[in-house]
Design a protein around this ligand. Sequence first.
Ligand SMILES: Cc1cc2nc3c(=O)[nH]c(=O)nc-3n(C[C@H](O)[C@H](O)[C@H](O)COP(=O)(O)OP(=O)(O)OC[C@H]3O[C@@H](n4cnc5c(N)ncnc54)[C@H](O)[C@@H]3O)c2cc1C
Length: 309
Amino acid sequence: MQYELVIVGGGPGAVAAGIYAARKKIKSMLVADSFGGQSIVSAHIQNWIGVPSFSGLEMAEVLEKHLRMYAGDVLEIKTGVMVQKIEKNSSGFKVTTDENKSYETKAIILVSGSRRRKLTVPGAEQFDGKGVVYCATCDAPLFNGKEVAVIGGGNAGLESAEQLLEHATKVYILNRSEEFKGDLITKERIFKNPKLVPLVNADIAEVKGDKFVTGLSYKDTKTGEIKEIVVQGIFVEIGSVPNSDMVKGLVDITLSGEVAIDHKTARTNVEGIWAAGDVTDQPYKQNNISMGDAVKALEDCYLWLQRAK
Ligand SMILES: Cc1cc2nc3c(=O)[nH]c(=O)nc-3n(C[C@H](O)[C@H](O)[C@H](O)COP(=O)(O)OP(=O)(O)OC[C@H]3O[C@@H](n4cnc5c(N)ncnc54)[C@H](O)[C@@H]3O)c2cc1C
């Protein structure tokens, strides 16, 4: 049997594509490790348009419920399964999963997202979610009146620091080299804030804490000296890793591992494969954007499938 479409992912983007596919009666399968995507760990999602505030777990439940409500006998849903490889064949594509099964499909929409590059220093894993956090947009308000540190001096780090300045009493920003890499305009805007403490040549060495984070130590890479600061929150902004391994060698991928797409249609360079959301080279990584972009991919894919009939 050949599917018309296989959607890879279980985050907001994949669910949006799935709902649209089911309602357009496209014979599809959605393959996902799990439902919810990256922000499932968030305690408060406050920018989901139409819902003032809910937790990541509640978001995951709503997404799955909505998808199942419209799936009917048109959209098959496989969870707890990872796609390992996507290959081109004579009639379309072969999708191989970690269950050692393979499926044939005419089209693919890849919405496999990304995972945050984790901090690997001692204490980072132990205090993950207990003061070590990965999203200022989501969690900055939880650190009202507290002292925090941002790890990473690129644009993401600077923008996180900027959001934190609205809530925290002091924001350290640790940059491994002498120069902050982020945009000059952002630097100019935030560096004049007296609550911001930039630390250059500062390489985080250890996260310290008891039940929650209480501070961190870092190495001054110029002098070799180990220094300590007291903070209650550590915001990690050292990049993310797109989940694009299954299409490596098949579609164009940027140096940072993102799937390159045409932003008008969400097409990759391979006819029959679309991609949307955090796995792609679109610069703004947010739930609402992933959903909108996945809908765009689905609409374009739908027209393509219609033309191929
Ligand atoms: C802690 C945190 C909090 C956040 N909070 C917010 C917020 O409040 N508001 C906001 O707008 N954005 C927030 N974001 C960003 C937001 O989560 C992402 O932009 C969004 O999840 C991207 O959606 P996506 O569907 O593209 O990918 P993802 O959410 O990454 O979903 C990818 C899905 O694909 C599945 N998958 C991956 N690889 C495979 C595979 N090989 N086979 C099968 N399935 C696979 C994963 O299990 C997952 O279900 C947050 C991010 C983090 C990390």
